[in-house]
Design a protein around this ligand. Structure first.
Ligand code: GLV
Length: 326
């Protein structure tokens, strides 16, 4: 019996690839850079499954060109804004993703950004290296208190909730905004559901944990920054386009807010002539919130399991559109 064919669009942990090879003929894209659109479409023609990344656009055109035999799309990420779910469902193709396994690493990292941006870790590191640290000075490198401050969490999903849990360790007051009030989670943790404006007005830290969809694109723009405290710090470990970057630039430059910590940008990578890169109160890292050995290994294995399940007619472990799953 011939094995089903799959295209894996980037190197993942070898043991995950070995598992896939047991059931499928694997075409692996080994370059560190994503395949171009042309290559993605060409290499996916006739495949039964694809294991893809958030940098691959998987839309109706892709699905048409891949062909009607395409049985499963397995994304190695919790976010899936690069995939047209409606088009996949229309064709009866289940889409896998990797929630849960990355929740803790991502929340840990969002809190790392919060602390680093609040306490000027990067400017301090640079000053220690470039000779601009001349002496201990009572008025130099002044950040914001974290202990006892108010955090506003925007998006109370799995990662937002873990961010809230971490905030309790610093005796923070926790506000959250979500289109759905989460009374179930409020039973577990002292936190208050508020409107977005109230959250912006009262929070010392605003941490974004929403997914990217048409209603969250540029959810943070000039109006929102104007409503925040001048001393506030904004953190984004969700998706870059949730923040209007030029509005953020103005808010940081004009000291409408104190600092930002961004794991994600729009676009990615951020171009090296982007004005945000000229600011020392904007900490930017290259979309690495889930990047620990253990977490990326777990993501690789879960994405492989979803792919294998889809190929072998078994329900995916974690499926975005379970209504079309086996
Ligand atoms: C990373 O951003 C992910 O969605 O897993």
């Amino acid at each position: 019996m011939t094995k089903p064919k799959v295209f894996i669009t980037r190197n993942i942990f070898p043991e995950a690839i070995e598992e896939i090879k047991k059931v499928a003929e694997v075409d692996l894209w080994t370059d560190d850079m994503p395949p171009s659109r042309e290559i993605l479409l060409e290499r996916s023609k006739g495949v039964d499954g694809i294991l893809c990344l958030l940098t691959d656009r998987i839309d109706g055109e892709f699905m048409d060109i891949a062909g009607p035999q395409l049985k499963v799309i397995s994304q190695i990420a919790v976010g899936y804004n690069n995939i047209d779910i409606e088009q996949a469902s229309k064709r009866g193709i289940p889409v896998g993703y990797t929630p849960d396994v990355l929740t803790h690493a991502t929340a840990d990292f969002a809190f790392t950004l919060l602390m680093s941006a609040a306490r000027l870790v990067i400017p301090g590191h640079i000053a220690s290296h470039d000779g601009s640290w001349k002496t201990w000075h009572p008025l130099h490198f002044l950040g914001q208190d974290i202990y006892g401050a108010t955090i506003g969490i925007v998006g109370m999903g799995r990662i937002g909730f873990e961010m809230a849990k971490r905030s309790t360790g610093f005796d923070m007051e926790i506000l959250y905004y979500d289109v759905n009030r989460r009374e179930d989670l409020e039973q577990k943790l002292k936190m208050k559901h508020v409107g977005l404006d109230e959250l912006l007005d009262q929070s010392d830290f605003v941490s974004i944990h929403v997914d990217l969809n048409p209603s969250t694109k540029h959810m943070f723009s000039s109006d929102q920054f104007r409503k925040m405290k001048n001393s506030s710090v904004i953190i984004n470990a969700a998706r870059g386009p949730v923040i209007d970057h030029m509005a953020l630039y103005s808010a940081l430059k004009d000291k409408e807010i104190a600092a930002a910590g961004l794991d994600v940008t729009d676009p990615e990578p951020i171009p090296n002539d982007h004005p945000l890169l000229t600011l020392d109160n904007c900490l930017i890292v290259p979309h690495i919130a889930s990047a620990t050995v253990e977490t990326r290994r777990a993501m690789s294995n879960l994405a492989a399991t979803n792919l294998i399940n889809g190929l072998t007619g078994v329900s995916l472990s974690t499926c975005v559109n379970p209504e079309v799953d086996n």
